[in-house]
Design a protein around this ligand. Structure first.
Ligand SMILES: *[C@@H]1O[C@H](CO)[C@@H](O)[C@H](O)[C@H]1NC(C)=O
Ligand SMILES: *[C@@H]1O[C@H](CO)[C@@H](O)[C@H](O)[C@H]1NC(C)=O
Ligand SMILES: *[C@@H]1O[C@H](CO)[C@@H](O)[C@H](O)[C@H]1NC(C)=O
Length: 155
């Protein structure tokens, strides 16, 4: 079980380039990680506005930067436990659609086994914003991209 989790974490970390390998073998896995894609049938301006409003309303998030294509925030999940959250926005070929990508990464190695903290950081934002009820809403992720989502209990 521990080995499986380590491999999953390492593959996930590869997306960020934080999984250091020597002779093809993982030697260091440092950060729990979650990446999610959301598709919505709404213009990106409306989606980013709703997400920004929601992040501001949640006391556990601190905005780092806000731009049309990228919102960055830090989330505090417990004393001394911080996750860096990025949310990017891109229009889709479908004229009214928005492709949103959320990434949450624990800032410290000891939060590798995070019980889905990084998944909940992202999911709670979209849930709270009401966008899960928007036309065409789809959330896409899996255990490979989002460590611990299977054992998460977001509140
Ligand atoms: C966000 O977290 C990073 C490290 O994880 C830190 O360097 C940065 O200062 C933090 N920004 C804010 C606004 O808290
Ligand atoms: C967020 O985006 C910035 C700028 O592209 C990047 O340096 C940082 O690593 C990203 N953080 C996460 C958690 O994806
Ligand atoms: C994860 O959940 C288990 C069982 O509820 C708990 O014992 C453990 O401390 C949690 N770990 C973290 C990092 O929150």
């Amino acid at each position: 079980m521990a080995v499986r989790i380590l491999i999953v974490a390492c593959l996930a970390a590869l997306f960020l380039g934080t999984c250091i390998t020597v002779n093809g073998l993982p030697t260091e896995v440092t950060h729990a990680y979650c990446r999610i894609v959301w598709l919505l049938g709404l213009p990106c301006e409306r989606v980013s506005m709703a997400i920004l409003t929601q992040i501001k309303a949640m006391g556990s998030y601190k905005l780092v930067s806000v731009a049309a294509a990228l919102i960055q925030a830090n989330h505090t999940s417990a004393v001394g436990q911080i996750e860096n959250v990025n949310i990017t926005f891109a229009g889709t070929a479908m004229s009214m659609g928005c492709h949103v990508e959320g990434t949450s990464v624990s800032a410290f190695w000891f939060s590798l086994f995070d019980n889905g903290t990084n998944y909940c950081n992202l999911h709670n934002i979209i849930e709270g914003s009401g966008l899960t009820k928007a036309p065409g809403f789809i959330e896409y992720t899996n255990e490979w991209l989002c460590l611990g989502m299977g054992s998460s209990a977001c509140k």
